[in-house]
Design a protein around this ligand. Structure first.
Ligand code: SAM
Length: 218
């Protein structure tokens, strides 16, 4: 449309940047220290925005990139299926990721990369493996089974005041609820210790939460 000034990519980035602005502002203001962990890093765009906004607010988070760097895995079952997601989609090599970070001003000294499918990385990591202290977890791996691996990794690392964001919280199909939301409900539905307090939503697809320790209300 000739007179449509709405640029989808610009708008999507603005929503995401606004989220990172608010998240790091809140973390800094409330003195919640710790790292930034991103699960699903293709394009490097959200990684860049997280670095930009963390530094803008004086939050010294170390950044962690967890990705296969081979794109999406095959669906493990019906809960993973979505008409817009296929095996190998959104593939970027580790070298290309480093190049994107360099282009966007994210210094190599500021971040760590953990390449591999989550079954071979997150699922094998002990609770004492770094990163242990996480301030902001950004879950952008779309699929149900991938999100389950991420949440199992995060469970022993949860702490009061950290923020967890789900980029694909509102991605569902005619027969399935959102894979990320489904995994989240399974882990946190009636958890005796942890409550997820809605924080900000971003765009049409994302929702974030503050982790609250229920026992502090006793
Ligand atoms: C939507 S893209 C991430 C976009 C990125 N956060 C951005 O906007 O800048 C989804 C990513 O999740 C990764 N991913 C999904 N499931 C995975 C798994 N089980 N193991 C490793 N990486 C996975 C894919 O490789 C892909 O890079």
């Amino acid at each position: 449309m000739a007179n449509d000034i709405f640029d989808v990519q610009v708008q999507e980035r603005a929503w995401k940047q606004q989220f990172f602005y608010n998240a790091f502002r809140a973390l800094w203001y409330n003195r919640i220290d710790g790292d930034y962990a991103e699960f699903g890093c293709w394009s490097g765009s959200s990684f860049w925005l997280a670095h930009l906004e963390s530094r803008k607010h004086g939050h010294p988070a170390r950044l962690w990139a967890f990705d296969s760097f081979q794109g999406l895995p095959a669906a493990e079952g019906v809960k993973d299926e979505h008409p817009n997601w296929a095996k190998g989609d959104m593939s970027m090599s580790v070298d290309e990721f480093h190049q994107a970070c360099a282009r966007d001003g994210v210094p190599r000294s500021a971040y760590e990369v953990v390449p591999g499918f989550y079954h071979d990385t997150l699922d094998r990591m002990a609770p004492t493996d770094r990163p242990v202290n996480i301030a902001l977890a950004f879950i952008d791996c779309d699929m149900y089974s991938s999100t389950r691996s991420v949440l199992a990794f995060l469970m022993p690392r949860l702490k009061h005041g950290m923020i967890i964001a789900f980029d694909d919280y509102f991605c569902w199909t005619p027969t399935q609820p959102s894979g990320e939301r489904r995994a989240m409900v399974e882990f946190f539905g009636d958890h005796p210790k942890w409550n997820l307090l809605p924080f900000m939503n971003f765009g049409w697809h994302g929702q974030s939460f503050v982790v609250e320790d229920k026992t502090l209300f006793a």
